[in-house]
Design a binder for this molecule. Structure first.
Ligand code: NI
Length: 254
């Protein structure tokens, strides 16, 4: 009787010790798995290009730069920029909003017909990191659908509004995320001379210049930036052509 009680106690003690041991061992494992999931790059679809060429590529960098215009199309300013780019035979990239593309279809068609690249900037400029996966997928798919219906081509690049992204965003977005390397803050200064002076001073081969085709000051600045950079020997290309020329393609993980 005593013996069996002793064995039961011993058994209970061993169980308790085992449970404690399991919980001690398992808690770091569980948290490691969580951390691993957060930091995992295995399931990440999109890669991010911040416009800063790695030093290895800077050696024989061609004298090319990419002008990018966000937040349009604007019925007047985008049309004026397209007129000017056509006149100067300059190719650019427009990261458009679905909500604006929907009501400015002829401008989207012009961009495509005149050799410019069209990228996805979301539907209505909501920060991607603040959207649920479902909402983010909707924003991207809706904008893509609008562009594809007008041009027959899906955008191959995405620029997150405010440049904000996370690992979760990278998991949801299925195209490269394109940031920029020269930002004259044209939306804030609204001063053509300041915008153009900043870009002309800062630009170097391989740069991606961030502008917004929604202000008159930016239209005016573009007319100063293009001749000044042409005079310095730069050629303007789309982001896709820039990445293909410098890095060998869009799917290159830097
Ligand atoms: Ni934007």
């Amino acid at each position: 009787m005593q013996m069996s009680r002793y064995i039961r106690c011993l058994f209970a003690a061993l169980c308790l010790a085992g449970a404690v041991a399991i919980s001690v061992v398992s808690s770091p494992l569980v948290s490691d798995m969580d951390a691993c999931h957060d930091d995992s790059t295995e399931s990440v679809n999109a890669w991010v290009w911040d416009g800063m060429p790695p030093p290895a590529y800077a050696v024989n960098m061609p004298q090319i730069v990419a002008l990018t215009f966000d937040d349009g199309p604007h019925w007047l300013y985008t049309a004026q920029i397209l007129d000017y780019l056509k006149q100067e035979n300059v190719k650019a990239t427009f990261f458009v909003l679905g909500a604006k593309a929907k009501y400015n279809q002829s401008l989207i068609r012009r961009m495509s017909d005149e050799g410019h690249q069209i990228g996805n900037h979301g539907y209505n400029h909501r920060s991607f990191i603040r959207l649920s996966n479902k909402s983010l997928k909707w924003q991207l798919a809706k904008t893509e659908e609008i562009i594809e219906t007008i041009t027959g081509k899906s955008p191959t690049m995405t620029r997150p509004p405010y440049g904000e992204y996370s690992n979760r965003v990278k998991d949801v977005v299925t195209t490269p995320l394109i940031l920029w390397s020269v930002d004259p803050r044209d939306w804030a200064t609204r001063n053509a001379e300041k915008i153009s002076a900043y870009v002309i001073k800062k630009v170097k081969a391989g740069d991606i210049i961030l502008l917004h085709d929604i202000r008159w000051s930016t239209v005016k600045a573009v007319k100063e930036i293009v001749p000044a950079l042409k005079a310095k020997g730069y050629t303007f290309v789309t982001v896709e052509d820039l990445l293909t020329s410098v890095y060998g393609g869009l799917n290159q993980q830097l």
